[in-house]
Design a protein around this ligand. Structure first.
Ligand SMILES: C[S@@+](CC[C@H](N)C(=O)[O-])C[C@H]1O[C@@H](n2cnc3c(N)ncnc32)[C@H](O)[C@@H]1O
Length: 334
């Protein structure tokens, strides 16, 4: 085990503190214009050798399990940043056409460079765009729309709703919308513990700006209830929220076709794909997060179940954890 990897006792402490705490941490929005600084953006790009790859692997696995067709024709990637996920999306899902958008020219420059070896085989377009203006900037529809680590950059939940609404109108009828974002920890104490535990790797590798960005993200993130409340009104999709059991470092929000009877259509990606994608020291934490998502909450978001999701944020006493978990597991689609 490397000297920056959390040990099982530390993870247990994190999970236990989360389960017995109330929500007290108020949101602090992200500082503006971070991503036009070349040094900071470069660090983001370099973090490919770190645990940052874990959520991408989780996302790719879910995308391939839920996509309507095995071979996806077109994807729109919102807030592509330095194109680390863009690369993996192209390589693993072999999508024919990807349009990747971001507000930062610096990030887009890095994304183009990071994806340069792929453009002979895949059609990848990069566009400078504010995701709040998607429907004025884009006219075509997409089979898949991804939005990773971007929702917490928006100023308020109305903006998140605007982006999801516009994403829906750019999604084909059988299309999928896939959102992954961190979850704001319940308290300042838990946030600090988590940031120092999982961010230590960035400091050891000299990625100090990236560490600070990670820290800002945790304070700017939405709680699952906040995120769940941002699904479009009068939506033509079914929306499902996945929240891992124990300590929810990330949450996933998925919009699938209205008439779909099951969420998952395919099995997990093969272990060999994850071995190629992930730095070897992150495999065990990846397997843990994958399992925690599997046994975690899967909530179909509609006005009735949404109210129940609110319970998630009321103080949870250890004795009630099991009941709470099972009451939500009943809502699992498949
Ligand atoms: C934390 S990075 C995430 C990058 C990438 N999705 C990932 O997961 O590695 C957030 C990105 O969102 C971009 N961004 C923030 N607000 C935006 C907006 N309103 N429109 C487009 N991009 C935005 C930033 O420039 C930055 O590249």
């Amino acid at each position: 085990m490397s000297n920056f990897q959390p040990n099982p006792l530390q993870i247990f402490k994190l999970i236990f503190s989360h389960l017995i705490s109330d929500y007290s941490l108020k949101r602090t929005p992200e500082p503006i214009s971070f991503y036009n600084d070349i040094e900071k953006s470069l660090e983001y790009s370099k973090s490919q050798s770190t645990n940052m790859m874990i959520p991408y692997a989780i996302a790719l696995n879910y995308i391939q399990r839920i996509s309507t067709t095995e071979k996806i024709n077109s994807a729109l990637e919102l807030c592509c940043g330095p194109g680390v996920f863009t690369q993996q999306l192209a390589k693993i899902t072999k999508i024919n056409h990807i349009t990747a958008v971001d507000l930062s020219q610096t990030m887009l420059g890095l994304a183009k460079a990071n994806c340069s070896s792929l453009t002979d085989h895949f059609d990848i377009q990069f566009k400078e765009m504010n995701i709040l203006n998607l429907t004025t900037e884009l006219k075509q529809k997409f089979n898949l729309i991804t939005f990773l680590n971007g929702a917490h950059h928006l100023e308020n939940l109305n903006d998140v709703k605007t982006v999801l609404q516009q994403a829906e109108s750019l999604s084909t009828e059988d299309g999928i919308i896939f959102v992954l974002d961190p979850v704001r920890p319940k308290s300042d104490k838990i946030a600090n513990y988590y940031i120092n535990l999982f961010g230590k790797e960035y400091l050891v590798k000299g990625l100090n700006h990236f560490f600070n960005d990670f820290k800002d993200s945790m304070y700017a993130s939405w709680t699952p209830t906040e995120m769940g409340s941002s699904i479009p009104e009068n939506t033509n999709k079914q929306w499902i929220q996945l929240i891992p059991f124990g300590f929810p470092a990330f949450q996933i929000l998925i919009g699938i076709p209205k008439n779909r009877k099951q969420l998952f259509l395919r099995n997990d990606l093969s272990i060999s794909i994850f071995k190629d994608l992930l730095p070897s020291h992150t495999i065990s934490d990846f397997n843990l997060l994958k399992t925690l998502f599997k046994i975690g909450l899967k909530v179909q978001l509609n006005p009735n179940t949404y109210n129940e999701l609110e319970q998630y944020h009321t103080p949870i006493k250890p004795s009630s954890i099991k009941t709470l978990k099972h009451s939500h597991i009943d809502k699992v689609m498949s």
